[in-house]
Design a binder for this molecule. Structure first.
Ligand code: SF4
Length: 386
């Protein structure tokens, strides 16, 4: 196997993470560029929130620090503990700077890029010939996904090989949301997001934004958006098996048995079924409500461990809120019902009148809009001519 990435042991990664989490300041970086240092704007590529960063360089052009960018129009100086710590990964003594080839005795030998590519060809060609292209799987990590050339090269290599087996950080994280979007909207790139700034009530499942803003969130000022929400009297409920850092910071904890969020969502749909109205643009809701009828609040209480009255209170909070916003994240995405939970959450937002409107569950026009990659290509082509 050829390794072309950074190899750190789990213990080393955890040590870095713990150091970051216990840092007195979340960012662990100075607020201002050291005197005489040049700086450039960039963004964090660890998740698709892309928080703004500043890079400082010394006189030789070496990077000396990563700092939050307070002038970034969306993140406004917010970064989680990971963003500004990436320099520790980049400068880690065990970071791979050259291709390594594993030897029969299990050790690794450094080789040139030409040798690595020759080795790759020698290994791949017989597999293609004897087992076909689908015997080969590709995996793309997050920093490469968030590098446009990395993504394009990945697609190019996949096409050249002819394999359908493509994996990425999303395979472990949020692909269930994309499948749900294809089922609900006919397009995996249509991703509703919270409008926390204008909501009165927020119901969150399996997410811990006090630690990292995370995927599909994109809030002004990151975590500080929740502080603002609470400060102006917003009511927030966090459904999570664990008493997370977010629960410690904002309260509203509803503990739930792991992997049972879908039963709560179905029970909430059932509780609010009277709000269903015929709509020629919507199909399938009646079938979903029939499924939900099999999970009334009494049964959901047994399955989730949430008291019956608390489930009814949650339904009532959604019903009474002028603007309710709903969100689920990796804790549910990775569970046994990730896709169905995302479908049910969108149905709940629609049923309760909180779909595609201010203060609720909204849609971004974005670069990847309704017709996905073809639209993206058009957007890029148009940009190239401006
Ligand atoms: S939330 Fe953290 S990991 Fe994600 S882009 Fe911002 S700084 Fe990077």
């Amino acid at each position: 196997m050829v390794y072309l990435t950074c190899v750190l042991s789990r213990a080393e990664v955890l040590a870095m993470k713990n150091k970051s989490m216990t840092a007195e300041k979340e960012t662990g970086s100075p607020d201002k560029a050291p005197r005489g240092h040049a700086q450039k704007k960039t963004f964090c590529r660890i998740c698709e929130v892309h928080c703004g960063l500043r890079v400082d360089f010394d006189a030789e052009g070496a990077i000396t620090s990563l700092r939050p960018d307070h002038e970034h129009p969306v993140s406004q100086g917010y970064v989680c503990a990971k963003g500004t710590r990436f320099l520790e990964v980049a400068n880690h003594p065990k970071r791979l700077m050259h291709p390594l080839v594993r030897q029969p005795d299990g050790t690794y030998q450094q080789v040139s890029w030409k040798e690595a590519l020759d080795y790759f060809k020698e290994r791949i060609r017989p597999i293609l010939k004897t087992a076909g292209p689908h015997a080969i799987a590709l995996y793309l990590g997050t920093p490469a996904i968030h590098n446009i050339l990395g993504g394009l090269a990945y697609i190019g290599l996949a096409r050249a090989l002819g394999t359908r087996n493509l994996y990425s950080a999303g395979s472990q994280d949020n692909d269930s949301k994309m499948v749900a979007s294809r089922l609900v909207h006919g397009n995996e790139w249509i991703a509703p997001i919270m409008d926390l700034e204008q909501a009165d009530f927020a119901l969150l499942f399996g997410t811990n934004p006090a630690v990292s803003q995370g995927t599909y969130m994109h809030l002004r000022g990151g975590t500080t958006a929740f502080d603002r929400f609470k400060k102006r009297g917003g009511d927030m409920v966090i459904v999570d098996p664990r008493r997370t850092e977010s629960v410690e910071r904002w309260g509203g904890h509803v503990p739930i048995h792991p992997g049972t969020d879908i039963f709560l969502l179905l029970a909430l749909l059932h509780e609010l079924r009277d709000l269903s109205r015929p709509n020629p643009r919507v199909s399938g809701l009646d079938e979903l409500l029939k499924v939900a009828a099999g999970y009334p609040a009494e049964r959901a209480a047994l399955l989730t461990g949430i008291p019956l009255e608390r489930i009814r209170e949650l339904a009532s909070s959604i019903r009474q809120a002028e603007r309710a916003t709903l969100f689920l994240s990796v804790g549910v995405n990775q569970g046994p019902f990730g896709t169905l939970s995302s479908v049910a959450l969108q149905a709940l937002a629609y049923l309760s009148g909180n779909f595609d409107r201010e203060g609720a569950y909204c849609f971004s026009r974005g670069a990847l809009c309704s017709d996905g990659w073809s639209s993206f290509r058009h957007s890029v082509a148009a940009l190239a001519h401006t």
